[in-house]
Design a binder for this molecule. Structure first.
Ligand SMILES: [Fe+2]
Ligand SMILES: [Fe+2]
Length: 362
């Protein structure tokens, strides 16, 4: 009787592991591929200037959608926030028209620019108003209902697709470009992950949980403020494999406690890239692609990308911001070293070799 009890106890203890094995060996036996587009920043009004290629933004997303539609093996696409310039309804409507052309199902999460901004005095000046009131986060979630967001009014979501469990968090703070996962959402996350222990899980959020390019210590205020709580939550569920963010417009990768943390690039900023992830039962990796690197739009895309390169290196505000960050963190700088830093940020870590998945509780 005692040995029977011990056997039952062993089976009970092993169950999560067995369920995980069944999931990885059957449902995701074939590699699953998905694309992530960070910081599309679609704007129907605006210039190609500095950090953002607003005048070219509509073509950049259209060309990318053509490219994604030519990939026959994508299971889904995630737009990782900052969909438009500043939450403008006309930009969001156009964004949706273009995104709806995707052949693969797509999901949307919110970025800090997917909410109304408070206008500057210059933008609000009588007679020369250039400010367009933006949609609220709830308004954006309603527009993209069925693309992650449900009818429950939440601005965060989860879904099961292609053998994976995917979670889309809302890390957006009102009036602030830094990130935060409020207590109510963190509580929901714990319950959601607890109910999905048998599925390999990927968590998407616009803001970052890990410093990107820590050698430069750039803009720490852009990270998720309560990142230690969020990371502790994620690492306590062994099925969580990766957290994928955007926001910085450049790409990077770190592993912490077995979880892979990715920062994905922007199609709207030099060198205009998007990310494709491939997950097998044992590994996960990221490759990036240049917008229009293949297909019928090659020549047009090459010229937009060349303009993006020209713009970022002559953008005084952007280069000045990098210089200030270097100075704030005690790094000597001059024009050359700022340019070198910008090159490193945007031109490295664009592809990440496959890393092993977590297979057991930490
Ligand atoms: Fe952005
Ligand atoms: Fe952002």
């Amino acid at each position: 009787m005692k040995s029977c009890f011990n056997l039952l106890r062993l089976i009970f203890c092993l169950f999560p592991v067995l369920a995980w094995s069944a999931t990885t060996s059957n449902e995701t036996a074939k590699p699953v591929k998905f694309a992530v587009l960070g910081d599309v920043h679609l704007g129907l009004r605006g210039e190609d200037k500095g950090f953002k290629m607003t005048a070219s933004s509509e073509r950049l997303i259209e060309i990318t959608i053509d490219q994604l539609n030519a990939m026959n093996d994508l299971s889904f696409v995630v737009f990782a926030g900052d969909l438009v310039v500043n939450g403008e309804s006309f930009n969001l409507s156009r964004f949706k028209e273009i995104a709806d052309r995707l052949r693969a199902p797509y999901f949307v999460i919110l970025g800090n620019h997917d909410q109304p901004m408070i206008p500057s005095d210059a933008a609000w000046a009588d007679g020369k108003r250039t400010f367009y009131p933006g949609e609220t986060k709830a308004g954006v979630a309603t527009l993209f209902r069925g693309h992650g967001f449900g009818a429950d009014g939440r601005t965060w979501w989860s879904a099961d697709i292609a053998g994976l469990h995917i979670v889309g968090l809302d890390t957006v703070q009102i009036k602030n470009w830094g990130g935060m996962v409020p207590f109510q959402e963190l509580d929901w996350l714990g319950k959601d992950l607890d109910s999905a222990r048998s599925k390999p899980t990927i968590v998407f959020m616009h803001h970052n949980l890990i410093e990107s390019h820590p050698e430069y210590k750039l803009w720490p205020e852009f990270l998720v403020e309560n990142r230690d709580d969020v990371k502790a939550q994620l690492s306590s569920f062994p099925q969580v494999q990766a957290a994928i963010s955007a926001h910085y417009h450049f790409s990077d990768f770190h592993v912490e406690s077995g979880i892979q943390y990715f920062t994905t690039p922007s199609i709207n900023t030099y060198p205009c890239r998007f990310a494709v992830f491939e997950i097998t039962p044992k590994t996960l990796g990221m490759r990036t692609h240049l917008v229009g690197e293949s297909g019928k739009n090659r020549t047009e895309a090459r010229s937009i990308r060349a303009k993006a390169k020209e713009e970022i290196f002559k953008a005084e505000d952007w280069m000045g911001s990098v210089a200030r960050e270097l100075e704030n963190h005690g790094k000597p700088y001059d024009q050359k070293s700022v340019e070198a830093a910008v090159r490193t940020l945007f031109e490295t870590n664009s592809s990440v070799p496959d890393s092993p998945l977590r297979t057991a509780a930490p």
